[in-house]
Structure formats: C-alpha cells, structure tokens
Design a binder for this molecule. Structure first.
Ligand SMILES: Cc1ncc(COP(=O)(O)O)c(C=O)c1O
Length: 387
C-alpha cells in the first residue's frame, strides 16, 4: 500500500535503541537491569548551564536565529573550544551550529555524497554512519579493524586499499564509539597521507575528544598539514557538557563547504534552538570544562580498569579502551542481537550487539554504571553462563 523510498527502506532502526527500549520495557515490568546499553554520560548537566538556559528563555531568546547559529556562539566555539582546546584555526564563518552533532554529520553527508559515491567507514563504526551514507544514496565501504585489536594504525594499508576513484569521503571517529580507541598521531598522519594523495575529504568526528584517559589531548585531524581544507570537523555539547537532551552540536569546515551544508541545514532544521544556543555559550565560557570533564574522565577510567580486570580474570583478552566511555567485550555467538536480548532478559544486563557497529564477536558496554554495579553486571553475565 505504501511505496517508500528505497534509500529509506534500506536503513534499519538504530540497534542501540532496540536494546535500550527492551531494557526500559523490562524495567517498567519491575526488573532490575544493570544497563550498559545507553550512550550518554551518567552525570548531570552543570547547574550554571541549566540556569543560563532558563535565563535565556526569560530574556526572550525564543525565536528563530540566523540559520548557521548566533554569532556569539559561533565565535565562542572558535575561541573557547576549537582554538583553545583543539589547536584548530576556524572563524565564525566556518561554523554551522546544529541540533546535535548527529545532524551535523547527517547534513554534511547529504551535502557531499550522491548516488555512485563511496564513503569509507572504519569498523567498529558508530551505528548511524552507514545510514547517513545510504540516506544520501551513497555506498559504504568498510575497513575492518577487528584483526588489529580495533586500532587504526595497523589498518592503514586496508584503509588505503578501500579508497577508489569513487570515494567521496572518509569518516573517522576518535575517540571512538563503540571501541573506546583513541587513534594515534601516526594513524592520523596515515589518514592525512591517504586523503591528500587521493584527493578525498574527511569527516573528523571528535565528539568524544574531552574523554581521553591518558590525560593527553588528541591531535585534531584538521590541524595536520594539508588537512584543514579537506576536513569537516564535528563536535558538540552532548558528551563534554552532559547536554544530550539539549541537542546542540556543530561542524567546522572551509566556507565553500559551509555554504553547501548550510543549504541542507536551513532547508531541514532552519536553526538550532535559540535559548539552547545561549546555553552553549555558557557551557563554553562559564564552565570549568577541565574540572568538569576531568571528574568524568577519572570516573570512566576507573570503571574501565575494573571492567578490563574482571574480563581478564575470566580469561578474556579484551581491547583496552583509551577514551570515550565505551568498551567492546568479546562474546561468542552467531547471533549477537539475540544474545544481547537474552542477556537483558535472563542475566538482566543491557549490552549492544557488536553487529550494530559492523563488528560481530563483541558487545558494546557503556561505562555508565558505577563500579559496584559494573562488577555486579559482569557477575550476572557469568552466573547466567553468558561469559
Ligand atoms: C560517534 C558519535 N558521533 C556523534 C554523536 C552525536 O551526538 P549528539 O547528536 O548528541 O551531539 C554521537 C552520539 O552518540 C556519537 O556516538
């Protein structure tokens, strides 16, 4: 009866939501679930940001804004985040403020990819990347890092081999969701060489770049020689300032790219929320970001250490996450979605199947449960015979 567009029919619902919906259903039925399935920090939005949001509404910042975002926020993003924290040289004209980093990715892919184009994705890959490509009519080409303990550097030859004359884009996400890996400078230099030699554009999704356990900053891809003009940098406020429900993110790119992406942006969302953008200025200028993210990172690092220890004690050799707040735990099954559903129902533990990230053989655990609950979650999996 309904004749849907092929490019939409080709996309499946996001697998993390399949599991988190099941977890919610079980919790509503009175079950206690150790829930490692959600992809958002378990910290509260800082009070100053909440207050600034209310004040912005009271001050009447409730109408449309310029499509690419209010200039005070675009300036703040350039000064207080990209230049000060990431060593990136962008001006307000290079910024499009979006309702979440996800929409920044979506509209960038819409602007750059068309039928016949290939987009190179690096597995494990965040579950929305391939749908972005398919919704633009393009074709995803996957590079698998599973043989390399989920690290990019040893997979650079495979990345190079995946690039063809039809490649429109390479998408790089570090620190990585779901693996928690932080790609090395050498890996980034390899990406640069491949991108420059083959004249392709790169999306650098740096949304987790405040979450690195070593305490070091990650080199931003666009700061490497030859990369500024071919990189679209994606970032946002969801993770760094625990503002997932505000829906605030941005892209930074050369003006020519901004002009094209800005058309997709203005014809789809018009602009990000007005008072939300004011909250973004407060996040950047009124928050002690080092102290706030420092506390989160330390908490996630301690949970990471515990999780790795618990799995190693049980004889598993798991890739050790270096950032973000995720870990890939090795599992043995032919059907990881069924395995994760059973783990939720029988062991009362929420995990996302690795196949959602094109990496079967693993399940993703978000490090969002306190240490004692984390321990309990692993024990429940062991007691119920899942590990
Ligand atoms: C890799 C990655 N990029 C981008 C996003 C977008 O986040 P948001 O739209 O909340 O800014 C997420 C969210 O989970 C993510 O994991």
């Amino acid at each position: 009866m309904y004749d849907f567009a092929d490019r939409v029919s080709a996309v499946k619902p996001a697998a993390p939501f399949v599991i988190s919906n099941l977890v919610t259903e079980l919790e509503e039925a009175g079950e206690d679930i150790v829930d490692f399935s959600v992809g958002q920090p378990d910290f509260e939005t800082p009070e100053n940001i909440v207050e600034a949001t209310k004040a912005a509404i009271d001050a009447g910042h409730t109408g449309y804004t310029p499509s690419n975002g209010i200039s005070a926020l675009r300036r703040s993003i350039c000064e207080h985040k990209l230049r000060a924290r990431d060593g990136l040289d962008y001006e307000p004209e290079n910024i499009v403020v979006t309702p979440g980093g996800k929409h920044a990715l979506y509209e960038t892919v819409q602007a750059l990819v068309e039928p016949g184009d290939e987009v190179v994705l690096i597995d494990p890959v965040w579950s929305s990347y391939e749908p972005f490509v398919k919704l633009a009519g393009g074709e995803a080409v996957h590079v698998d890092l599973a043989p390399y303990d989920l690290k990019l550097e040893p997979g650079l030859d495979d990345l190079e081999a995946a690039v063809t004359d039809d490649t429109a884009l390479i998408m790089v996400n570090s620190p990585n969701n779901p693996s928690g890996m932080v790609f090395s400078d050498a890996a980034f230099e390899g990406v640069r060489d491949i991108a420059v030699d083959n004249d392709v554009l790169v999306i650098a999704d740096e949304i987790y770049n405040e979450f690195i356990y070593s305490g070091e900053r990650q080199t931003s891809l666009a700061s490497l020689d030859g990369m500024w003009e071919r990189t679209i940098t994606i970032n946002g406020f969801s993770k760094s300032h625990c503002m997932t429900g505000f829906r605030l993110g941005y892209l930074a790119a050369p003006e020519e790219i901004v002009d094209q992406v800005g058309k997709v942006h203005s014809h789809s969302v018009s602009c990000a929320g007005n008072f939300i953008q004011h909250a973004g200025i407060e996040a950047l200028e009124g928050t002690d970001t080092d102290a706030f993210t420092g506390e989160m990172v330390e908490t996630y690092r301690r949970r990471r250490d515990l999780l790795v220890e618990l799995f190693e004690e049980r004889g598993f050799d798991m890739p050790v996450p270096e950032g973000a707040f995720y870990a890939m735990i090795p599992i043995e099954t032919d059907d990881d979605m069924a395995w994760c559903k059973r783990a939720a129902r029988e062991a009362k533990v929420g995990l996302v199947p690795g196949s959602a990230f094109n990496t079967p053989g693993y399940a993703r655990a978000s490090l969002v449960e306190p240490r004692e609950r984390t321990r309990e979650g692993v024990e429940r999996l062991a007691d119920a015979g899942f590990i």
